[in-house]
Design a protein around this ligand. Structure first.
Ligand SMILES: [Zn+2]
Length: 499
């Protein structure tokens, strides 16, 4: 038992300063949830709570902010607290947060901080399914997996910060570009053993609260259908960048059944599904992108509140991240777009000074030039750099917003070998910066979940085709409702659609 302690201590000493805030507790303790001797006790429960409290606001910021929907917020908070009261740590100050993120995910921080995304909630059909998700996350906290993972993430954070600086030289500057420790650990996966344990604990807590544990299996099937949609959307490549529930929680259907069996053997049972309770709250929840955060329409990015739009060339795939918008092609050429405050530009001494000194401190720019982009003043410069062993051209453009409240940062990183080929297209992207058209404003309006009754004579195809999604209608209907093309559709049954 001494060896793991000793090796951990060495690792912590090796990364020194950053870990100074985490005191060490070398005692062995028995985990009340798992009954196991736990080495994770090198973070004391007090420290777990402090770390959770410190990381919580950063997590919320990194994942799109808290979802502004009072009914859902209260519902998840109350359900989460009820489930946690059946855990071995009922007295933790449990905090349950709905994130305004369309990705399908759920995670936990040490100290009782549990998160679910709006994207996950739209796929839930009843209270038992969301109880299964929340209980599973509670299980990661009570088994102290989240504390283990936090410690490991902090230990590697020096590496992340170094990467962050390099990334900034080659990427777009600005706070928030480097993910917080919490966000980084949220996107890491647990081990399969930890997943089985979280499922077992999850089944324990949800059944103690009276919920039917089969809901854990039915929701898992929907996650698989959703994963299939993501695979279809990505095509062959890009499979490495998975930040969804199945990537962060690697589970299998067999393992979940095993967890349900184990729990029922120990006398845990429950029957409640609670469809009506959940469907009442999910009706009207935003589906997909939130127009307040900007919307991707094919090759065009439209942000109505900021009154801006631009297009990227064919072959680039746009991605709307919480702190920036980026577009990449399959060769690794990329475009990044972010906004900067007037204060930051004023403090630098002006647009040219901001571009050359503030933004590009680590990468001196040459060919400084002024541009007029659809009536907006802009200043640009270029540099060459090496990225992933390839020589790249970097072009940065700072554009003054029309109302002069914001400045836009636009950056192109293009492999030198592709530069000639892409030159005209990238120039077109630069000059596509403008106000959104009336048609784009209409198209950028948000979509919402609606709960409807299946009418007499209505078929699966009718319902699937009615969904306001761009592609994969049948798969989306199945992911939202757990009803596939071969399942019976009962007239009068309640289903979710997208409008
Ligand atoms: Zn998990």
């Amino acid at each position: 038992m001494m060896t793991p302690h000793a090796s951990r201590l060495r690792r912590i000493a090796a990364v020194g300063g950053l870990l100074a805030t985490i005191a060490l507790n070398v005692g062995c303790s028995t985990n009340p949830a798992t009954g196991e001797q736990s080495f994770t006790a090198f973070m004391s429960p007090d420290e777990e709570r402090r770390v959770g409290k410190q990381e919580h606001p950063k997590m919320v910021q990194q994942f799109g902010g808290a979802y502004d929907h009072e009914a859902m917020k209260v519902y998840i908070r109350d359900l989460g607290r009820k489930l946690a009261s059946h855990s071995e740590m009922p007295d933790l100050p449990w905090t349950f947060t709905v994130l305004n993120d369309e990705m399908v995910n759920a995670f936990a921080l040490p100290g009782g901080y549990v998160y679910v995304t709006r994207g996950l909630l739209v796929m839930v059909s009843d209270e038992a399914e969301i109880a299964g998700v929340l209980s599973h996350e509670i299980g990661h906290v009570t088994a102290r997996h989240s504390a283990q993972r936090y410690s490991a993430a902090v230990a590697t954070n020096i590496g992340l910060q170094v990467l962050g600086v390099l990334g900034e030289a080659a990427g777009i500057a600005g706070a928030g570009n480097v993910a917080s420790v919490g966000a980084n650990l949220a996107l890491k996966s647990y081990s399969r053993d930890q997943e089985l344990q979280a499922d077992e604990l999850g089944v324990r807590y949800m059944t103690r609260a009276g919920y039917n544990p089969d809901a854990m299996a039915t929701f898992f099937e929907k996650l698989r259908v959703h994963q299939h949609i993501e695979d279809l959307e990505r095509g062959q490549d890009g499979a490495s960048e998975q930040h969804n529930m199945l990537a962060t929680h690697p589970r299998t259907a067999d393992r979940i059944q095993q967890a349900i069996k184990l729990a029922s053997k120990n006398g845990h049972q429950g029957t409640t599904r609670g469809a009506a309770e959940f469907l009442k709250v999910v009706d009207g929840v935003t589906f997909g992108e939130d127009p307040e955060q900007g919307v991707i329409l094919g090759q065009t990015f439209v942000h109505v509140p900021l009154d801006i739009r631009f297009e990227v060339p064919e072959g680039y795939t746009l991605e709307n991240l919480p702190t920036l918008v980026q577009a990449k092609d399959k060769n690794g050429n990329n475009i990044k777009f972010a906004h900067e405050t007037k204060t930051a530009v004023d403090e630098a001494g002006g647009m040219k000074e901001y571009l050359t000194y503030e933004w590009s401190r680590e990468m001196p720019l040459s060919n400084i030039d002024w541009l007029d982009i659809n009536g907006m003043r802009a200043v640009t410069g270029t540099a060459t750099a090496t990225l992933n062993n390839a020589k790249v051209d970097v072009r940065r453009i700072l554009i003054e917003g029309r109302d002069k409240r914001y400045y836009w940062q636009l950056q192109f990183v293009t492999r030198v070998s592709d530069a000639d080929k892409l030159n005209t297209a990238l120039r077109r992207t630069t000059y596509s910066f403008d106000r959104p058209s009336a048609a784009e404003k209409t198209a950028a309006q948000g979509k919402h979940i609606r709960v409807v009754n299946v009418g007499a004579g209505v078929t699966f195809d009718d319902l699937a085709n009615s969904l306001a999604v761009k592609k994969y209608h049948k798969e989306w209907f199945e992911a939202l409702n757990g009803i596939g093309p071969d399942d019976p559709l009962i007239p009068g049954a309640v289903v979710k659609v997208v409008k």
